[in-house]
Design a protein around this ligand. Structure first.
Ligand code: PEP
Ligand code: MN
Length: 350
């Protein structure tokens, strides 16, 4: 980190800044080149300058701070030199593996869930999604069948061997969710629930972290850093569409967030074209776009009778639509028709 100082800075202020920096874990040298004066600082622990920059900028004698240290010491691309793979049974993401998760928005009844799970196997999906506890904008919306739904998901896993992906919304339910889920989903609305992130970081299961609908990539990666810092680096990031000025779609799938985040983190990055589009007739186009952009997986809402779904029927594809999407995705992957981003190609080169 380099701190640029205003000409004429009193020696006492230089000493005070050194003190601030020492308190933040930095060693620094005072340097003077022609008219310019600097503090050249090095972090002793390697930790990012989380609060140091704003404390330095509060001084009227500091004109600029260049902080080059990684902002993501655990999940940053600099860590380890290779991309991470996150696996839950046959559901694998990253370093050449593409994970496909399908299922209903919310778990409705056992028969429907099993019908979807059996279908998911036939198209090569490795994961079954389904909400047991739903975060809902209105307190009067259906909020899921709770523990009964978790039991249904467990039965679907027993029968099909699919990895179960289900959302956790409440710190008090971590243990319950960790028992039923193979991958714990943290939804867009919970992305900055920091106590929940720390808790799920200790649950011993991979975490699927959705991007908040109004959150920058930096905030999303910081949320992942919370989970990693709590002890769990098995994290999969999921782009699910962000708010825009346009209401023609439910959200705006930020396709560029896929390669942009892959260039900043070694973690796998997947996407969700269902919540992004809000419209089942747009899901195929978005699913192929995200795959082409080099995503490490996809999550899609599927229902045998979307018009009868309790939740998100408008964006749920039926079995016929999902079969076609899956066929095209696998064909694109097999033929290497996807972008290569980051440290290693995501597929064999064509
Ligand atoms: C979901 O996947 O069921 C969900 C609620 O998505 P999001 O958190 O992205 O809105
Ligand atoms: Mn949904």
């Amino acid at each position: 980190m380099i701190v640029v100082l205003r000409a004429g800075i009193p020696a006492s202020e230089v000493e005070r800044l050194r003190e601030v920096l020492r308190g933040e874990g930095y060693e620094c040298e005072f340097e003077s080149v022609l008219q310019e004066q600097f503090l050249v600082c090095r972090s002793v622990s390697g930790a990012p300058p989380a609060d140091a920059v704003s404390r330095l900028m509060a001084s009227e004698w500091v004109t600029k701070v260049f902080a080059q240290e990684t902002r993501y010491p655990r999940i940053g691309i600099e860590r380890g030199g290779s991309r991470s793979r996150v696996a839950a049974g046959n559901l694998q993401f990253g370093r050449g593996e593409f994970g496909m998760i399908v299922g209903p928005c919310t778990v409705e009844d056992e028969a429907t869930l099993l019908e979807i799970a059996r279908f998911a196997k036939t198209i090569g999906a490795g994961g079954l999604r389904g909400g047991a506890y739903k975060p809902t904008t209105s307190p009067y919306s259906f909020q899921g069948h709770g523990q009964a739904a978790l039991k249904m998901l467990e039965r679907a896993r027993e029968e099909t061997g699919l990895a179960i992906v289900t959302e956790l919304i409440d710190v008090r339910l971590v243990e319950q969710a960790a028992c039923a889920a193979d991958v714990i989903q943290i939804g867009a609305r919970s992305m900055q629930n920091f106590p929940l992130l720390r808790e799920v970081g200790q649950a011993g299961k991979p975490v699927l972290l959705k991007r908040g609908m109004g959150c920058k990539i930096h905030e999303w990666l910081c949320a992942a850093e919370y989970i990693a810092d709590a002890g769990n680096e098995r994290i999969v990031l999921c782009e699910r569409g962000i708010r825009s000025f346009d209401d023609a779609t439910r959200a705006c799938l930020d396709v560029s967030a896929i390669p942009a985040s892959q260039s900043l983190t070694h973690l796998p990055v997947i996407f969700d074209p269902s919540h992004a589009s809000g419209n089942r007739n747009l899901v195929e186009a978005l699913a192929l776009a995200g795959t082409a952009a080099g995503a490490d997986g996809v999550m899609i809402e599927v229902h045998p009778h979307p018009e009868r779904a309790i939740k998100d029927g408008a964006q749920s594809v039926n079995f016929e639509q999902m079969s076609r999407i899956a066929k095209k995705i696998w064909a694109m992957r097999e033929n290497g028709l996807v972008a290569e981003v980051g440290l290693e190609p995501t597929t064999p080169r064509v």
